[in-house]
Ligand binder design. Structure first.
Ligand code: DQA
Length: 143
């Protein structure tokens, strides 16, 4: 089964982001880890990243139209994008929010997620393993 794994701004530049929060994998390595983890669980992960809000909204419309499950790390958009909230709300298949870091243990502006309320659940703070945990959660949601 196909799963869309959507990633927001700056996640393709993990090579120069703070490894204290985001770990030591670069974007290519993270993609590989997610693709392998998905394959092991019987999923075909379509892994995408964009710095552009409209592009992510379009991908969520695609998920809604095609009834595709979604794992999404909206990155900074998590904290303020009502457009992504509204688009995520249209997705009727399971949708899981993930974060590499634990936003609740960081600056106060990261304590709000406008996405959590329209996600089946949120997994945060486990580094790249957050995605693997989300894939496992997805597996149990759909079986
Ligand atoms: C993030 C957390 C966000 O607060 C931040 O803006 C990101 C990445 C994470 O994966 O930990 O870009 O979503």
């Amino acid at each position: 089964m196909k799963v869309l794994v959507l990633n927001g701004p700056n996640l393709a530049r993990l090579d120069i982001r703070d490894s204290k929060y985001y770990g030591d994998l670069n974007w290519e390595q993270l993609k590989e880890l997610i693709a392998d983890g998905a394959r092991n669980l019987g999923f075909d992960a379509d892994i995408r990243q964009s710095d552009d809000e409209a592009t992510i909204v379009g991908w969520l419309h695609e998920a809604a139209d095609q009834n595709l499950p979604v794992i999404i790390n909206p990155a900074a958009f998590t904290h303020y994008s009502i457009a992504i909230h509204d688009a995520a709300e249209m997705v009727k298949s399971p949708l899981i929010e993930v974060h590499l870091s634990n936003p609740m243990s960081r600056e106060e502006f990261r304590h709000t997620s406008v996405i959590s309320g329209v996600a089946n659940g949120t997994i945060a703070g486990f580094g790249p393993n957050s995605y693997i945990l989300a894939l496992n959660a997805l597996k149990s949601l759909i079986s």
